[in-house]
Design a protein around this ligand. Structure first.
Ligand code: NAD
Length: 345
């Protein structure tokens, strides 16, 4: 039988999840024994909520972060905390990482006291990295893991496996458990991991081999940056030509310029309620993270000898915004800070 045997699939069903959520502290007896213990590393804006959702779904979670305050929020609730990634690895069947960038991920997996120890036999059979990193980093770690062996056979797994599973949806979706996961790696590992991922998200997309989840994520974010800058530039031109942004939005949204940046995340203050542009560009997805993702996309493009002129132009704009003090503002602030310098109703 493959890794995704029928006994595994029901565990992450919505019915199971909500049943568990109603019963906090629920016993993990219904989980397959080789999926019960989950180590979670990186308890930041995203990871803290993702780890909580796993706990609520009945997984036995232990956590690690270099930030003591982030760990204290869990230890105060009786969740075991670990001093290093290696310690996490020693008590886990599965390890999930949610870290800022490629350098942090490489350090946590391959650094001193890292998850892979000295490259010998590993306790966990599955490693899932949900950080946004370049596909080359995901592929390197996946290759390093595939060269290791398991301390003991776990479930159907004969050897340790790795999935790159970055997310979209942001902090509200991490909290609500409605993230979308883009997953790269062996398909059998993906099928086996579905219940775990569905405890943190509602949509899973299998993207193919190792690194393809990371590739999908950075392509999505590059397109998002370019479309945000595209509509911002058009709104700014419209303003200069005497057309109100709200009128132009109505036109875009029933015409060929319609996109997420015009109908869901409009960058012009006052056009849509409840989006960062209507609260001084606070909250949301920061310009700093967008610059990081564009940087990853450009580095990945140059790694395969490909040029992305629009992506590289977008990176220049977001780097400039960060240098000018907008690093903590939502990335839609490009409308005000790069294109117009003032608000518009
Ligand atoms: P964050 O900076 O809030 O959290 C990262 C956490 O990792 C921090 O608590 C930090 O202390 C910890 N950390 C750093 N180095 C570590 C190490 N060596 N060992 C252990 N812990 C370490 O970041 P975030 O917003 O939670 O984002 C995490 C990842 O998810 C990033 O790659 C980001 O690009 C991606 N992402 C973020 C969002 C978002 O809206 N915030 C949306 C989608 C994807």
């Amino acid at each position: 039988m493959g890794l995704g045997g029928a006994g595994w699939r029901s565990v992450g069903s919505k019915a199971h999840r909500w049943g568990c959520l109603r019963l906090r502290g629920f016993s993990s007896a219904a989980l397959p024994p080789h999926m019960e213990s989950v180590g979670f590393i990186g308890l930041g804006n995203m990871g803290s909520h993702m780890a909580r959702n796993l706990i609520n779904a009945g997984y036995r979670v232990s956590v690690h972060d270099v930030n003591e305050n982030a760990m204290k929020k869990f230890s105060d609730d009786g969740i075991p905390t670990k001093r290093s990634p290696l310690e996490v690895s020693e008590s886990s069947d599965v390890v999930i990482t949610m870290l800022p960038s490629s350098a942090h991920v490489l350090d946590v997996y391959s650094g001193a006291n890292g998850l892979l120890g000295n490259g010998g036999r590993l306790g966990p059979w599955l490693y899932i990295d949900s950080s946004t990193v370049d596909p080359q980093t995901s592929r390197k770690i996946s290759m390093d893991i595939s060269r290791c062996r398991l301390k003991e056979k776990k479930g159907y797994a004969e050897k340790p496996m790795m999935l790159d599973a970055p997310v979209s949806g942001g902090v509200p979706a991490a909290e609500a458990g409605t993230l979308t996961f883009m997953v790269g790696g062996l398909e059998e590992a993906y099928v086996a991991a579905k219940p775990l991922l569905l405890a943190m998200g509602k949509k899973l997309i299998y993207c193919g081999g190792a690194g393809n989840g990371s590739a999908a994520k950075i392509c999505n974010n590059m397109a998002m940056a370019i479309s945000m800058l595209g509509v911002s530039e058009a709104f700014a031109l419209g303003q200069n030509l005497g057309i109100k942004a709200s009128t132009l939005t109505d036109i875009f949204n029933c015409s060929s310029a319609r996109c997420w940046s015009s109908d869901t995340y409009n960058p012009v203050p006052g056009v849509l309620e409840g989006v960062p542009s209507s609260r001084n560009y606070d909250g949301g997805f920061t310009s700093k993270l967008m610059a990081k993702d564009l940087d990853l996309a450009m580095a990945s493009a140059s790694g395969v000898g490909y040029k992305c002129p629009m992506g590289s132009g977008a990176l220049n704009i977001y780097q400039k915004l960060c240098e000018e003090g907008c690093d903590a503002k939502d990335f839609s602030c490009a409308f005000r800070h790069y294109y117009t310098g003032k608000d518009e109703k």
